[in-house]
Design a protein. Structure first.
Length: 427
């Protein structure tokens, strides 16, 4: 029986795609191998957002090929790097072709692989399919693929294509299946959740969320990344939905820069004023909401004054989660042709920003010392520790000798760390 090993990089949507591919492979009668060493075939679901990650995947692929392994490379890399990814034991699968994983494996076995068959772009519903997840209580649902953005630095839009929103009925059906399987958290994911339905000129995420929240069951909904320009169009409706007891108070809005000049150069469709309004309105009505954001440091043309604006913006909105990246010039993007900022300057700016964020996190966490919280335990941590979230999506490391996975428990915080809180179960 064929042994297939999966390795996944990148976003939540990628992990969900791997869950689906595993489900389809298992349904077809193949085994899921726990190790690449014992596998007959290795599926690597790739990511291209950051150049270091992409290079890490490339090295991993070719190291495995040197060992004589057969590799299926899925995800965003095949479309972007098709010409460079040629080897007799390397087989490419476009991000819009994951439902054909079994057919691809059959073609490999029969030595009839044709790359054109698995690399053309199409609209694919990645929903209501068998899936195998390592997380028992977290159900990931993709609601769309692609985007309508034109960001000058991004090659994901090239790999994923234009926005394709999935039918609401299919999404609701998939979520019901996850809830029936025992999931306590529903993660909504896509390249830009706030753009849902916008290929038809509509903004229908609020309508979708309303129907999800009306589903029967005791669960929380987490909405993933939403671009500020689209959030602005549905801001009042979103805030009202976030007040619902089933909604995690978690807002992920990628800012990328605090300089309007840089945002224009990036071809982001918003300005600093919109960011401040979104955060201010959410915090005014949901004070303890967790804010997550992304910053690109060193975009071509970014001056010291531009970076200062970014630094000051982060210090003002004080996000609990900050993903800070050094700019990398991706091939086939407009930003690739622009004059790059000196790498030493970029490294200094990133260091300064991360130091600021560490101070922000320490300040926020101090407010939780000895506090009591009700949390949902959703993952196993290290040793006798479980990971849990409260309604505001704050992370807790719960020390317990009892089996509490999947349960709502009352905890008392014993120690605060910059990015999580160590606590014990209240008896």
């Amino acid at each position: 029986m064929l042994e297939v090993y999966f390795e996944t990089y990148g976003c939540t949507a990628n992990y969900n795609s791997s869950e689906i591919m595993k489900g389809l492979v298992k349904q077809a009668g193949m085994n899921l191998s726990p190790s690449a060493d014992f596998a007959d075939l290795i599926v690597i679901n790739s990511c291209i957002v950051k150049e270091p990650t992409q290079e890490k995947i490339r090295r991993r692929v070719f190291d495995l090929l040197k060992k004589g392994k057969k590799i299926i490379l899925a995800g965003c890399m095949p479309r972007i790097n098709q010409k460079k990814l040629k080897h007799e034991n390397l087989f490419l699968l476009d991000t819009s072709q994951i439902k054909n994983i079994v057919y691809l494996i059959q073609d490999i076995s029969q030595e009839s692989y044709n790359p054109e068959k698995y690399l053309f772009k199409r609209n694919e519903l990645k929903i209501n399919l068998p899936k195998i997840s390592s997380e028992k209580f977290i159900g990931i649902t993709q609601i769309s693929e692609g985007c309508l953005g034109e960001c000058a630095y991004c090659n994901v839009r090239i790999a994923k294509g234009k926005l394709f929103s999935y039918p609401k009925e299919e999404i609701l059906s998939s979520i019901k299946s996850d809830l029936n399987a025992g999931c306590r958290e529903i993660w909504i994911t896509s390249q830009d959740n706030a753009a849902y339905g916008n290929e038809d000129g509509k903004y229908t995420l609020p309508e979708l969320l309303k129907e999800i929240l009306e589903l029967k069951g005791n669960f929380f909904v987490r909405v993933g990344m939403m671009n500020p320009n689209n959030v602005s169009r549905i801001l009042p409706q979103l805030i009202e939905l976030y007040k619902h007891p089933k909604m995690f108070k978690f807002l992920h809005i990628p800012i990328q820069s605090g300089s309007n000049k840089v945002l224009r150069a990036m071809k982001r469709k918003y300005d600093k004023g919109q960011i401040l309004k979104i955060v201010s309105e959410f915090r005014k009505q949901i004070p303890n909401i967790t804010i997550s954001t992304d910053i690109i440091v060193g975009f071509p043309g970014e001056t010291d004054a531009d970076f200062k604006e970014t630094f000051e913006l982060i210090n003002k909105i004080k996000p609990e989660i900050l993903n800070s990246s050094k700019f990398w010039a991706h091939r086939e993007t407009p930003a690739e042709k622009l004059k790059q900022v000196d790498k030493k300057i970029v490294i200094k700016r990133v260091s300064k920003l991360m130091k600021l964020h560490l101070e922000i996190c320490k300040e926020i966490q101090e407010n939780y010392k000895e506090c009591k919280e009700k949390v949902l335990v959703d993952q196993i941590g290290f040793g006798k520790t479980y990971l849990a979230r409260n309604e505001n999506y704050k992370l807790f490391a719960v020390q317990s000798n009892e089996k509490i996975l999947g349960k709502m428990v009352n905890v008392r915080v014993k120690k605060s760390m910059p990015h999580y809180l160590i606590c014990e179960v209240e008896k």
